[in-house]
Design a binder for this molecule. Sequence first.
Ligand code: NAP
Length: 252
Amino acid sequence: MSDRVMIVTGGSRGIGAATARLAGAAGYAVLVNYAANAEAAGAVAAEIRAAGGQAETVRGDVGSEADILGIFEAADRMGRLAVLVNNAGVVDQPSAVADMDLARLERMFRINTIGSFLCAREAVRRMSTARGGEGGVIVNLSSAAAKLGSPGQFVDYASAKGAIDTFTVGLAKEVAAEGVRVCAVRPGIIETDIHASGGQPDRVATMTPDLPMRRPGSAEEVARAILWLASDEASYSTGAILDVSGARAILP
Ligand code: NAP
């Protein structure tokens, strides 16, 4: 049993996988959640264990409350939950709002927003000193899209992430006196599979010349920010939303 368990939802690929690897190296017992790709999740956990760390995998769709309860039961078997990284997220094909159907909107908000709410609820129930816990940290994944709005592409996704920003501030204040910090990172254009999953495999290459740093970010660059927010180094940071966007969507 570990007293430093970290759950990374969507830990099998992209930013989640990079976060899980850094967390394993930092001494957390990492629970690598995935939705479908058991092989990728298994490879991340195996890499952590090969480096001397502790890691388990658990399948679970954060769009399902029953699956979320299963993820937290798996974490309970590993020890004391110290950190939740609400990382799992999805985009959809580019579309105008006028062409979005209800099923698309429900999926977008169910996975990206409600999933993060329910995971945070389970984490607070375990971490809050007012509920017998010993404190902890929740790090949410927002997006620069929350500020940009993503017109003509995915206003639904941007809005779901905008809700994450508000959720981060509100929950942070709600549990600040209960030993729980709640922060978020707001990544810009990061090189992962998410762009292809939204039907735009060339999105990063196409956008690169227009990015302020003329390059996308890497999953590890976002993961480092997540690990810092989760650590005691960030002990007075709560309700903080850290842009990791290479100056994309930074307002004057
Ligand atoms: P990604 O490469 O597409 O990986 C997504 C991960 O989430 C995978 O591990 C996937 O599991 C998991 N996942 C997807 N749906 C899930 C569900 N319903 N339940 C549980 N797990 C699920 O994504 P990414 O680019 O690393 O993005 C990670 C987070 O950063 C997301 O919240 C995203 O919105 C945010 N973000 C990304 C960027 C970017 O440019 N990449 C920018 C801003 C914000 P499987 O492997 O099993 O499919």
